[in-house]
Write a protein that binds this ligand. Structure first.
Ligand SMILES: *Cc1c(COP(=O)(O)O)cnc(C)c1O
Length: 362
């Protein structure tokens, strides 16, 4: 069998979830969209369900996968529905639903539901992607609250630059949000609100709301370019490993791999590792990209192929066929690799393909 494996540490996942909830101060929806950022949505949701306040997904297909696997906790559709006929499934499976545009309100008005919906009404506070404009938000809120199809409306917005700790934008967006929703609660209380993604939870601890929406941090990766003391408390959940499957002893001046991107400067032992860009490893990781061989730091040399890559075995005299190579995980943090390979931790994790996952920690 091909030795490539992704180990998923469910204890680390629970640890990170608890940190997210502690930082948010109240409840936290664990965002498990895109197959839990490559970690396996069903297994991750099962591991978190006993303590999670709910889950966030991108679409009804992802929500149904969780319901079919027996997940009973609340599930929020982060982009709402794409077509009005999804409302029947939302109703049947008791899903929470974002509303981000007026056509969705019209669809709810026309729908016949068995039980009233929990709606998360999204404000565009400055990201300018999804959400209602500030001048239409309150009218939409009143309209939803007047409907028998609606049980409760939660106020929500999303930050565009919370990972930039020196940007004013997060504070501005938060002020825009409060300008619209303050005083809009029912019976004199504040509206239930949700604003923070991972970067806001870690980087802007003064921002508090009833529901946080952590994604990336649950999986132990940092959203920041620079080291950060709270991000340091995260534990990586995924470790991607494979093995050396062949060793070449090359003389000086010999090219390695496609395009001869690396040429030996002296006699060199080269290890061939069974992992490549078809598994989600970055194709354009440069020469020198860090890896970990049998418990020692090492480096990639030569261009990454579809199914294989090559590493420098000089300095690893004991290494040979069968040596274990960590591509990312506990020693090679996804964020650090992403930076070297001009990609992001989000994309590395979500991009995992073909590699079987092994779950640790039940
Ligand atoms: C994906 C997503 C999140 C989670 O974001 P992270 O940066 O991964 O923490 C939160 N809220 C919304 C609306 C999202 O789409």
């Amino acid at each position: 069998m091909r030795p490539a494996r992704a180990f998923i540490d469910l204890d680390a996942l629970r640890h990170n979830y608890r940190l997210a909830r502690e930082l948010g101060g109240h409840k936290a929806l664990a965002v498990v969209k895109a197959d839990a950022y490559g970690h396996g949505a069903v297994r991750c949701a099962r591991a978190l369900e006993p303590e999670a306040d709910g889950f966030g997904v991108a679409c009804i297909e992802e929500a149904l996968e969780l319901r079919e696997a027996g997940i009973r906790a609340p599930i929020l559709l982060l982009e709402g529905f794409f077509q009005a006929d999804e409302l029947a499934l939302i109703d049947r499976h008791d899903l929470w639903c974002v509303v981000q545009a007026t056509w969705q309100i019209e669809a709810i008005e026309r729908a016949r539901l068995q039980r009233p919906l929990t709606v998360w009404l999204k404000l565009d506070s400055g990201m300018h992607r999804l959400g209602l404009a500030p001048d239409e938000y309150r009218a939409c809120l009143q309209r939803l609250r007047a409907l028998p199809q609606v049980r409760e409306v939660v106020a929500m917005t999303h930050f565009s630059r919370a990972d930039e700790l020196d940007s004013h934008r997060t504070q501005e967006q938060l002020e825009n949000f409060h300008r619209v929703i303050d005083g809009q609660g029912v019976g004199g209380s504040q509206m239930t609100a949700s604003v923070a993604n991972s970067a806001a939870l870690l980087g802007w601890p003064a921002i508090r709301a009833q529901f946080a929406r952590p994604g990336l941090m649950l999986y132990g990766a940092t959203p920041f370019a620079a080291p950060h003391p709270l991000a340091d408390r995260l534990r990586p959940v995924m470790t991607l490993e494979s093995q050396v499957i062949a060793v070449r002893e090359l003389g000086e001046g010999e090219p390695v791999g496609y395009g001869a991107r690396f040429v030996t400067e002296r006699p060199t032992r080269v290890g061939v590792v069974a992992i490549g860009y078809a598994d989600g490893y970055p194709q354009f990781a440069p020469n020198g990209t860090p890896i970990w061989i049998d418990g020692q730091p090492g480096r990639v040399i030569g261009r990454v192929s579809m199914d294989m890559l090559t590493v420098d075995l000089d300095g690893h005299p004991e290494a040979g066929i069968g040596s274990r190579v960590e591509l990312w995980g506990n020693h090679i943090r996804a964020g650090r690799l992403a930076e070297r390979a001009a990609t992001s931790a989000y994309r590395l994790l979500c991009g995992l393909k073909r590699v079987p996952r092994t779950y640790l920690g039940g």
